[in-house]
Design a binder for this molecule. Structure first.
Ligand code: PDD
Length: 280
């Protein structure tokens, strides 16, 4: 079952018009919300970010917070899995002609829930590799827009290189990953690009920063240079669907001799405790 424009229907019966501006222009925004034990992780934070994205592109939010929660809870109940990943998108809607400018349209809403395959601690603890690529995206990366062409190309390059992620750099500064936020640890200090128009400020990123502070890691929301990534103690990435992942190889160079760092272990444990609370 999926949710489309006010009703729950089978996915193979869910259709939108070819005139939908999401289809024609990528004119829409989205959210990805993880679900553990049929409980939404940080739902209010995700709905607040959705509101910000909608406001940034002048699309009216079709529902209030409690209406959204009712819809999400009902959608979750159709799934066979207790752990899910909810994908929610709102496009500006359909017009009668393909014109770049828009008028007041009825937004199209689509939500689906997929099974969330979580990685075991053992798997994650082996570490992952990443490649670096030039960040050629626009200066509104804080909008969680469905226009993801650059991100798609980056992810595909990472896949071709058998890497977990493409880490992006703009003007020699590390911004974020193609679908994640990036953290560097140097001499016990955690660095991550500050929130703003250059990155999507992740909900998991906030969890990482809170966890790090709770175990007395010094947190600096400061940009790092590209060179720093080859010469630091630990690199992590975070996202709703992947959690917090340690990167142990970047562009064929091993970090920390390919062994995951001890600060990652502390933050990851704290994150797991949070998930455990939802599971109990
Ligand atoms: N992506 N930066 C980018 C460019 C992202 O696409 C994502 C998440 C993040 C992390 O945000 P969060 O912690 O809120 O998931 C950062 C999702 C998972 C996606 O596009 O599927």
């Amino acid at each position: 079952m999926v949710f489309l424009n006010g009703i729950f229907v089978d996915k193979d019966k869910a259709f939108v018009s070819v005139m939908d501006r999401g289809f024609l222009f990528g004119d829409g925004v989205y959210e990805v919300i993880p679900v553990y034990n049929r409980k939404l992780l940080k739902p209010i934070e995700h709905l607040n970010r959705l509101q910000k994205s909608l406001d940034s592109v002048s699309i009216k939010n079709p529902y209030n917070e409690s209406e959204w929660l009712d819809i999400l809870i009902k959608l979750m109940s159709y799934s066979v899995s207790d752990d899910q990943s909810i994908y929610l998108q709102i496009t500006r809607g359909s017009d009668t002609k393909r014109v770049h400018t828009y008028k007041d349209l009825k937004p199209s809403i689509y939500i689906e829930s997929n099974i969330l395959k979580t990685r075991t601690k053992k798997e994650v603890s082996k570490g992952y590799s990443a490649i670096t690529m030039k960040d050629i995206r626009w200066d509104r990366c804080n909008i969680k827009s469905t226009s993801l062409l650059a991100n798609i190309l980056y992810s595909q390059e990472a896949k071709k290189a058998n890497a977990e992620e493409a880490i992006l750099h703009k003007n020699n500064v590390i911004t974020e990953g193609s679908t994640s936020n990036v953290f560097l640890i140097k001499n016990g200090v955690l660095f991550t690009h500050p929130a703003g128009s250059k990155i999507l400020s992740g909900i998991t990123r906030e969890m990482v920063l809170e966890s790090a502070k709770s175990i007395n890691i010094i947190v600096k929301e400061e940009a790092c240079n590209l060179d720093d990534i080859y010469d630091c103690d630990e690199v992590w990435i975070s996202s709703s669907t992947r959690g917090i992942i340690p990167i142990t190889k970047i562009d064929d160079k091993l970090l920390n001799n390919g062994v995951v760092g001890k600060l990652w272990k502390g933050v990851y444990e704290d994150y797991l405790q949070y998930i455990k609370l939802l599971k109990s």
